[in-house]
Design a binder for this molecule. Structure first.
Ligand code: GLC
Length: 486
């Protein structure tokens, strides 16, 4: 269970602007409440993972408040620079949320750097006390029993030591998978991803190694697959699970999804373990991005590909974006199409006021989205929740889905098919047909196969060693014989 930031914050970026890394914001409760949550989760067989935000703090953090004063020992904790000769910002870097990445500080007569909002100054990881302080933060939570950390903006801490200008981007190139406006005009060569970053992740890993089972997940946005895979570390000694965003970035295009899965899988070091992400609080909802039928195809891939699936709450219901009238998200205020509020609607547990998320009469920050709640979907075998539960049960029951090798099967364009196999023991096959016509796929081994899950009722069926899978349908099949021998 991965929590978004719960630390004290003025909430300019909904918790990513931290004022105290080792406390809980009163809107969520107290540290004692947090300890209770961790204990209770443990009893239920769940482990709590926290968001760890190394790149920036709030401008109200005591480190920055002190660093604002010239000559203070905290000055070097952030990036302060004199103006360029023309009096403007020291270099051409831009903020992901719009505008220059530098803000003029009247009081001390210098500019400071922020990759996001002006109220979120970037920490200077070249100053050793910063790395030490952030490791202390990690230690604080690990000592309290958290199972791991999601490293936010993992590449951003690596800045060019000379803070050189970014070169212009190739025409038409995108910094990520969707247009980000002004941010796309530059190649982000110098404002993120400097190779020095790796030593910090090796240090974090050494710390995690003292806590049995503790893990790091990494928000690593990096279009070059080889560079991305570098965050596993040369000796698998950095981030345990850099997020693979391929399922999310491919959108509704099954060929793009297939390519992303193949390329990511190839880039991951031999004994590295993939971590697939199909949705997040930073993107439009899966069901709104690709439509509800195709969302089920992506969920099938998410839960059956080799690796750890990361499921964004609500996606298991096929929850679409909510209609949000009042924009709260700073990114949405810069560019409405990038606004993240619609994807952050509260969970719908049941019918009625509050939807089981809050008590009736209490208005959540954001409106609910239009979706059948958990209680209704749980009782409906045709629901997305039912499909996700079937897939989760299948994963628990079939060791090859968790541990088996992955072999891609030859298929026509628009179809992704793979087998998960523990040689000599058991085999599952997944066929995902994104085309508008039924497809016939040859099954390995000629054994007797049975359908474990399908994303919808259609013409699909098995005949001998062939499976017919309907248009925009996915199936999970398994050897019947091997089922007995588990
Ligand atoms: C990450 C978070 C996002 C946040 C940004 C700045 O990308 O996922 O929600 O706005 O970092 O901290």
């Amino acid at each position: 269970m991965l929590l978004s930031p719960v630390y004290p914050s003025p909430m300019h970026d909904f918790g990513y602007d931290v004022t105290d890394h080792t406390a809980i914001d009163p809107v969520y409760g107290t540290l004692a409440d947090f300890d209770r949550l961790v204990r209770r989760a443990d009893e239920l067989g769940l482990r709590v993972v926290l968001d760890f935000i190394p790149n920036h703090t709030s401008d109200r953090h005591s480190w920055f408040v002190r660093g604002r004063k010239l000559g203070d020992e905290y000055r070097d904790w952030y990036h302060w620079r004199d103006p360029a000769p023309d009096g403007g910002p020291p270099n051409n870097w831009v903020s992901a949320f719009g505008g220059p990445a530098w803000t003029w500080d009247e009081h001390s007569g210098q500019y400071y750097l922020h990759s996001f909002l002006p109220s979120m100054p970037d920490l200077n990881w070249r100053h050793p006390p910063v790395a030490a302080a952030m490791l202390d933060v990690a230690r604080f939570w690990l000592d309290r029993g958290v199972a791991g950390l999601r490293v936010d903006c993992a590449t951003s801490i690596g800045k060019d030591p000379l803070l050189r200008d970014n070169p212009p981007a190739e025409p038409g190139a995108l910094a990520q998978h969707r247009p980000l406006g002004e941010y796309d005009n530059q190649r982000h060569l110098h404002d993120a991803g400097h190779p020095d970053t790796h030593r910090h992740y090796r240090e974090l890993r050494r710390l995690l190694d003292h806590y049995p089972g503790a893990l790091s997940l990494g928000e690593v946005h990096e279009p070059d697959h080889q560079v991305w895979a570098g965050y596993y570390g040369q000796d698998l000694d950095e981030i345990h699970l850099p997020f693979a965003f391929g399922l999310l970035e491919a959108g509704a295009d099954l060929d793009a999804l297939r390519r992303a899965v193949l390329e990511t899988t190839q880039a991951i070091p031999a004994s590295g373990w993939p971590c697939w992400v199909a949705g997040s609080h930073d993107e439009r909802r899966l069901a709104s991005r690709v439509g509800s039928d195709r969302a089920r195809l992506v969920l099938l891939a998410l839960l059956t590909l080799r690796g750890t699936p990361v499921l964004y709450y609500g996606d298991e219901l096929g929850m679409p974006d909510a209609d949000v009238l009042e924009i709260l998200d700073p990114w949405g205020r810069y560019r409405p199409d990038l606004g993240r509020d619609p994807a952050r609607a509260p969970m719908r547990w049941q019918h009625g006021p509050g939807a089981g998320f809050t008590t009736g009469g209490v208005r959540p920050w954001l409106p609910f989205s239009e979706v059948e709640p958990v209680s209704a979907q749980a009782a409906d075998p045709a629901s997305t929740l039912h499909l996700v539960r079937t897939l989760a049960d299948a994963r628990a029951a079939a060791p090859e889905l968790r541990l088996g090798e992955q072999r891609f099967l030859d298929t026509e364009p628009g179809v992704l098919a793979y087998s998960r196999v523990l040689p000599g023991k058991a085999e599952s096959v997944v066929v995902i047909n994104g085309t508008a016509a039924p497809v016939v796929v040859g099954l390995p081994g000629g054994a007797e196969w049975t359908v474990v899950a399908r994303t919808r009722e259609s013409v699909s069926g098995i005949s001998g060693s062939y499976a017919t899978v309907g248009p925009v349908e996915g199936v999970l099949l398994r050897h019947r014989v091997d089922r007995m021998g588990e």
